[in-house]
Write a protein that binds this ligand. Structure first.
Ligand SMILES: Cc1cc2nc3c(=O)[nH]c(=O)nc-3n(C[C@H](O)[C@H](O)[C@H](O)COP(=O)(O)OP(=O)(O)OC[C@H]3O[C@@H](n4cnc5c(N)ncnc54)[C@H](O)[C@@H]3O)c2cc1C
Length: 393
């Protein structure tokens, strides 16, 4: 059995840098696995949940404290603290007054998340990543104002949904011309497009943006009162040694979060490459749980299939497993619908379920191990359980 906390450390305990979802879930997992040592979390914000920022953009008045979901009181929380450098296991921290200190521990876990991508020169453009961004947008997006969003990915669509529900005029510009265009097959994207109602979806590539206007590559302009860039996110890892990072900026790790050739250093959540589920909520929680097991020398649970949840335009949307625009689609129509995503020979690789929680659970089970093959006839009958339509190869 591995004991990653030995040889005995100069300073006992575990130091977590970040203080968001992965950090909070890690503390809770360490405690539930019986770890009684010291845990210190140093982050520049208090721990709150991000999904409500977009889904309840104009209705929420308080952030949702993550410690209500993941009991993590038995830790020391340092907030308003930013990590700026690391050498060995010693991390340099700077507080809001500019005071610098260093901290170390037997194990240091980086859980610093990601920041929205903003192309160079897009000055004054807004993004939605933290509570401050949400508060600023709330003040700007009054009924009748015009919001222009670059990107019809998850966050762009959720912001559009929240804003239009509150009487804001919304235009989205998306290169693929349909929702989630780079992620899901066109026919599934077109069904999501049918929910948009008053929201305008403009097909086009944005070449430049200002605080109020998107300039498209073909010369068109889309102007409004506020521009939000929703183009994805990049790991918040610019302060870490370049040798630790992938070309995309993720910290290289194994599946439990260990950073190779950096003893005692770990990384989990949106900042880490070991996160097989991508930059999403469930993946960050699962990574924290795997990391807690590994830190304590316990058997590491397998990674669950990637699952992204979203809610938009009155629908609950869950994407399980792998997705790509070129996959074949098999529909299950009933109360809600599910697009089963198939690769060669009817191999089930993923599914996008709309208002069908039972299909989500069945997809997660089907995709957990092995190679699931679909019986097309049985799977298309939404009155039958999806599990009945899955065989294993
Ligand atoms: C608006 C929004 C909506 C979302 N909705 C969904 C959804 O519906 N479904 C879904 O699956 N996922 C969603 N996500 C993604 C999900 O929230 C993230 O995958 C998850 O929060 C990742 O957890 P994390 O701990 O890695 O990062 P975070 O939760 O972002 O936490 C990282 C923390 O580290 C802090 N930090 C960064 N750099 C430093 C530093 N140098 N020093 C100290 N602290 C630092 C950050 O301020 C932050 O508090 C959403 C994200 C956003 C922004």
């Amino acid at each position: 059995m591995e004991h990653p906390l030995s040889p005995p450390p100069a300073i006992p305990g575990i130091l977590v840098i970040g203080g968001g979802l992965a950090a909070t879930a890690l503390v809770a997992a360490l405690r539930s696995e019986g770890f009684e040592g010291e845990v210190t979390v140093a982050g520049n914000e208090p721990p709150y949940d991000r999904p409500p920022l977009s889904k309840e953009l104009l209705s929420r008045s308080q952030p949702a404290d993550l410690r209500d979901q993941f009991p993590s009181d038995a830790a020391t929380w340092l907030t308003g603290v930013r990590a700026t450098a690391v050498a060995g296991r010693e991390v340099t921290l700077v507080d809001t007054a500019g005071r610098t200190s260093t901290a170390t521990a037997a194990a240091v876990v980086l859980a610093v998340g990601a920041r929205p991508t903003v192309p160079p020169g897009w000055d004054g453009v807004r993004t939605l990543s933290d509570w401050e961004d949400a508060e600023e947008l709330r003040n700007l997006l009054t009924p009748g104002s015009h919001l222009v969003i670059a990107g019809a990915g998850w966050i762009g669509l959720e912001v559009a949904s929240s804003a239009s529900r509150a009487g804001v005029r919304v235009t989205i510009v998306e290169e693929a011309g349909r929702p989630l265009g780079r992620l899901i097959p066109a026919e599934v994207g077109r069904r999501i497009a049918s929910w948009l109602g008053d929201v305008d979806l403009v097909e086009g590539r944005v070449a430049m943006a200002t605080a109020t206007t998107l300039r498209l590559a073909d010369g068109r302009e889309v102007a409004g009162d506020v521009v939000v860039a929703a183009l994805g996110a990049r790991p918040a890892t610019g302060w870490l040694p370049a040798g630790w990072l992938t070309p995309g900026g993720h910290v290289r790790t194994d599946a439990a979060g260990r950073i190779p050739d950096a003893p005692g250093m770990w990384a989990i959540g949106d900042c880490a490459a070991g996160d097989v589920g991508g930059q999403h909520w469930n993946a960050a929680v699962a990574a924290a749980q795997r990391c807690a097991h590994a830190l304590l020398g316990h058997e590491v649970p397998p990674a669950p299939p990637p699952t992204v949840f979203s809610s938009m335009f009155g629908h609950q949307v869950d994407l399980v497993g792998r997705s790509a625009p070129d996959l074949a689609v098999l529909w299950r129509e009933g109360e809600g619908w599910t697009a089963l995503l198939l690769a060669d020979d009817d191999i089930l690789v993923g599914g996008l379920a709309v208002d069908r929680p039972r299909d989500v659970a069945a997809l997660r089970r089907a995709l957990a191990t092995g190679t699931p093959v679909i019986d097309r006839h049985a799977a298309a009958d939404a009155g039958r359980r999806l599990a009945e339509a899955v065989r294993r190869r």
